[in-house]
Design a protein around this ligand. Structure first.
Ligand code: NOJ
Length: 780
């Protein structure tokens, strides 16, 4: 159980639900379930918190009364500033922009802010946005890696550090967290979220919002968060970026929307509308999503920003007839602010107003939360950055780098460790060969979505190992192969480490042989393989999960030398490593581990840190199995689960929640506080976890739930609680999970509503999604 969410909302939800028991509708019960089922409609009313103070709202209303329509409409546009442009300056001066994104130089922020404040009759400041995704100056592991830590407190600290650094540099707003559930690892943006599970995504979303914004919106020194991309982007067909998502209502409500709702419950001030079609209606023009669900059902009080150019792109999408129509549709659907790098369709809203297509009340409603946010963030009082302080504040901070190292260590997942090859015995290996294209690349150690860092902070795996090895030990390093995208990344111009020239065939052959020769002389080979950071992320989907380039051949040739081999994976999605799983004794998933990744890798390899991360997705045997996720529905014959393909098992290579340790653990004594409850009540599950091995290490105890029957068929199991614990050898701990109405309810396709039904529930507690320790309870 991610305790904080439970503490803050569990009791609330329980109270609400109990209240609902009293007014339980018979009609609802009949519609929702089988004859015997008592159905309580759990509380699903608007429960988004108030994010603005009474003062911010009052000041907003006072200001709104004085502003002209043009002044108000100007606040609804946000433009990119990649380079200085006189057009942009003019727009700022004339009050035609509410926000600018991607300005990171404090002096430039101040220059633009002076234009805005002095140009506006009311001194309305600009809000400066940027994608602070896994750090600003200090780069943390990528979000999928942080999710693999199953440690929300760590994730909150990482987000807070990114926010503190960015705010010191003059940024007010980040476009994070991304909470899109991703069940198809071909989709490149799987790296930016928390993987396949709604519960884990919700936990990570909550932690990130708290880290970014602090305890409440407007906490000094923190940022405004954006939960994105609303909604269904992770379900784009075929894993192709931006492709349509076709999701049933039940899938949307039970799987894709809960992380958004969790982020909003945590107080996220803004939400970003996605690019793609959701069930044939582009998300940025989807009134049901942006008004009925977001504001009506959830009570969201902040503002909606479109994804970049997504308003204008309603035209190529085949939804709007032209730019004006696109702006009108997005506005009417509930997009408050248009983000654009080129299109500024919202500039046409004045015409729409003149033609009475939109009225003054609609304009006020659109601009109100934007102005309230600016008041709440204190921008009217402190529009400018202290440039000297800003530069000092974003200097390298050793304590933040230490957090980044800890995060990289806690994110790593040990996938295989035959014969306990890891941790390495330093005395046993005098000469180590580190081979692979990801062994010594700074940009790839960091991962995608990094902008304001200093590349020199980055410790690559090669540097980390070199620092750790003692006298008398030698490290030889060679890439062996070069890997590259077959089409260039659209983001190449912003990479700080320039892409090296392409090797010709002769050079490639020499490098390959050089690496093999190095491996041949070594006592132990560490392979650093995976994907370059531009092979994943936005516009970086792949049709295959194979190791790119010649890495597979390199690995096979190295293994054929007969030396002990450790495979370090640097990547952000599961890769096709079936061969490695059969032939390489130790495999450690490092992800894109961030600036201190190399130090973390060395600590993990030599046992100064013990891996305790767990997979936030199911790892398929090969790409043909995807989508493959643990929370699938049952079939008429569950026993055939592993015979669904005739050519290979249907089961994954590694299950969701999986990860080994340098120690061993026992989980037992599973008890429930009751065996029967009434709908609306809570039940407590406890289990005892014991470190039965030789070293202090971490384990993530996970609770899964299954409802046996009801008005709809429920997934075979669903994560409903987890806790990461650190235990010394022989130490035991009792972990507690509360299963309340929030955990037991679901959106039923029969009832077309949220239900909490009479049924038998199975509970499993263990160390991955295959947990076998089980018990049951009845809800009546
Ligand atoms: C497009 C991406 O989809 C979104 O996630 C990002 O925040 C914006 N570009 C701004 O960079």
């Amino acid at each position: 159980m991610f305790a904080s969410l439970n503490d803050h909302h569990g009791n609330h939800a329980l109270r609400r639900s109990l209240a609902n028991v009293a007014c339980w509708s018979i009609a609802g019960a009949l519609a929702a379930g089988p004859a015997s089922a008592a159905v309580v409609r759990p509380a699903t009313g608007p429960d988004a918190p108030a994010i603005f103070s009474a003062e911010s709202l009052a000041r907003t209303d006072t200001l709104l009364r004085k502003m002209t329509v043009d002044e108000k409409l100007g606040q609804l546009s946000q433009l990119f500033q990649f380079r200085k442009s006189s057009k942009l300056d003019g727009m700022v001066r004339e009050g035609k922009l509410g926000s600018v994104l991607f300005v990171t130089d404090p002096a430039e922020i101040n220059r633009l802010q002076h234009l805005a404040v002095e140009g506006s009759r009311f001194g309305i400041p600009l809000l400066f946005g940027s994608d602070v995704v896994h750090g600003y100056r200090t780069i943390f592991p990528v979000p999928i890696a942080l999710a693999a830590s199953w440690d929300p407190a760590l994730v909150e600290r990482a987000s807070a550090i990114g926010a503190i650094e960015a705010r010191a540099g003059g940024i007010g707003w980040t476009f994070a967290p991304m909470v899109d559930v991703a069940r198809d690892p071909r989709w490149g943006r799987i790296v930016e979220g928390a993987g396949e599970d709604p519960y884990l995504n919700a936990a990570m979303a909550t932690a990130q919002v708290r880290g970014i914004q602090g305890p409440s919106l407007g906490t000094p020194g923190r940022l405004l968060a954006t939960v994105k991309h609303f909604a269904g982007y992770g379900a784009s067909e075929g894993g192709r970026d931006h492709d349509a998502a076709n999701l049933s209502d039940a899938q949307l409500q039970n799987v894709y929307l809960p992380p958004f709702r969790a982020a909003i419950r945590a107080g996220a001030g803004t939400i970003m509308s996605a690019y793609m079609d959701l069930n044939d209606v582009p998300a940025t023009g989807n009134r049901w999503l942006l008004r009925d669900v977001l504001r009506g059902q959830w009570g969201f009080k902040g503002f909606v920003v479109s994804d970049n150019n997504a308003v204008n792109d309603l035209v190529p999408h085949g939804y709007a007839s032209d730019r004006r129509d696109a702006a009108l549709r997005a506005f009417k659907s509930g997009v408050n602010m248009e983000m654009a790098s080129y299109s500024n369709a919202y500039a046409t809203l004045r015409e729409a107003f003149d033609q009475h297509a939109i009225d003054a009340a609609e304009v006020d409603a659109a601009v109100r939360p934007i102005l309230a946010t600016k008041f709440q963030l204190g921008l009217f009082e402190h529009p400018y950055v202290d440039e000297a302080k800003a530069r000092a504040a974003v200097q390298r901070a050793p304590e933040y780098q230490a957090e980044a190292r800890l995060a990289a260590e806690r994110s790593a997942v040990l996938l295989r460790n035959e014969g306990n090859l890891l941790p390495l015995d330093p005395a046993a290996y005098k000469r180590i060969a580190l081979i692979g294209p990801l062994a010594d690349s700074r940009q790839d150690t960091l991962g995608p979505w990094v902008f304001a860092h200093d590349l020199d902070d980055t410790v690559t795996i090669a540097q980390g190992l070199r620092t750790r090895l003692g006298a008398g030990q030698t490290l030889d390093v060679a890439p062996g192969v070069q890997i590259r995208r077959t089409t260039p990344s659209p983001f190449e111009s912003i990479f700080k480490e320039k892409t090296p020239p392409v090797w010709d065939a002769a050079h490639a052959g020499e490098e390959f042989e050089k690496a093999l020769a190095m491996a041949g002389k070594a006592d132990l080979v560490v392979l650093a393989l995976g994907e370059k950071q531009d092979m994943i992320g936005e516009s970086a989907s792949r049709s295959t999960l194979a190791l790119p380039g010649d890495q597979q051949r390199l690995m096979e040739r190295v293994v054929a030398l007969g030396k002990p081999v450790v495979l370090l994976l640097v990547n952000g999605r599961p890769l096709d490593i079936g061969w490695a799983h059969a032939h390489v004794p130790a495999i450690l998933e490092l992800w894109y581990p961030g600036a201190q990744g190399g130090t973390a890798a060395a600590n993990l390899l030599f046992g100064a840190a013990s891996p305790g991360g767990k997979l936030p997705f199911t790892w398929p045997r090969n790409v043909g199995q995807v989508p493959l996720y643990y929370g699938h529905n049952l079939t008429q014959d569950p026993s055939e689960q592993d015979r669904r393909y005739w050519n290979e098992p249907g089961s994954p290579l590694f299950p969701f929640g999986y990860g080994l340790s340098y120690s061993t653990f026992k989980v037992g004594e599973l008890h429930l506080s009751k065996t029967r409850i009434h709908a609306g009540e809570s039940i407590e599950a406890t289990a005892v976890v014991e470190n039965t091995g030789p070293v202090t290490a971490d384990q993530v105890v996970q609770l899964y739930l299954h409802q046996r029957y009801g008005s709809a068929s429920r997934p075979v199991r669903e994560l409903k609680g987890f806790e990461r614990v650190t235990l010394r050898p022989a130490e035991k701990k009792t972990v507690r999970f509360t299963l309340g109405p929030d955990e037991l309810r679901y959106w039923s396709a029969s009832a077309h509503d949220w239900v909490n039904e009479a049924s038998t529930f199975d509970v499993w507690v263990g160390t991955d999604s295959r947990a076998t320790l089980t018990t049951t309870f009845i809800q009546q």
